[in-house]
Write a protein that binds this ligand. Sequence first.
Ligand code: KIV
Length: 286
Amino acid sequence: MKNKPVTVPEIQGRKAAAKKITALTACDFGFARLLDPTAIDIVLVGDSLGMVSLGYENTLPVTMDEMLAHARAVRRGITRALLVGDMPFMSYQVSLEEAVRNAGRFIQEAGASAVKLEGGQRAAETVNAIVRAGIPVMGHIGLTPQSVHQFGGYRVQGKNYLDARQICQDARHLEKAGAFSLVLEGIPADLAAEITAAVKIPTIGIGAGPACDGQILVLHDLLGLTDGFTPKFVKRYAELGALAKEAVGRYIDDVRSGAFPAREHCYQVERENWPIQRGENKGCGG
Ligand code: KIV
């Protein structure tokens, strides 16, 4: 029997039940199939796929069409977890109308159950317009990567008093606007704890400490598929990148040495009445 799909009210109920929410990103069908048999609650098709799948330097170049193509692929591999589509840069900032239309595309064209967008107080009206269209919205505050140029880099947010107060206000504005949950990214753990206690909707942390109602990571980071700088908040549960390189190296060695393909990798067919058996073979050209 298939497990029941995770719903938005179920995620909301986790806060009162004090049962931690688990969330991960996925960017294609293959990774979605890996996650599907696990107990993961939320699968986010995050715009971080721009960096881990598409090779962009940051998330800013990612378009709606790219996000929808990836979200559709993930949808085909996920049967149980709540699927959330991440609204890319410039898909919700220009007007409320565009924001609602683009949020609707994630639901209609990719089969997502909710969308996520970045921004606090200044995004509250947009969140509310999308919610009024019947689409659940996950907020995202703190270190919001689409504002990397405004921040001057990927820096922990809320370190000084005024910034911390603003992030608290952001959380309250999004809750009031109707967001069903909040991603808290790159903020001090005590600030995340304060916000988690202050709002009724669940908080999902990434680089925000243990007090959040749940945690999210980029799947590529968790699996050790990214190289270069690993942020402090990432725990690499495997080193699949190193394993993959080692496997490819062994394949290259085997092909070069003739060890692959071996007899067990070849089709052996019993042939009857072939000219070759009567010494009449004319070869491929004959
Ligand atoms: O794009 C993304 O992957 C995200 C999560 C890390 C929260 O926004």
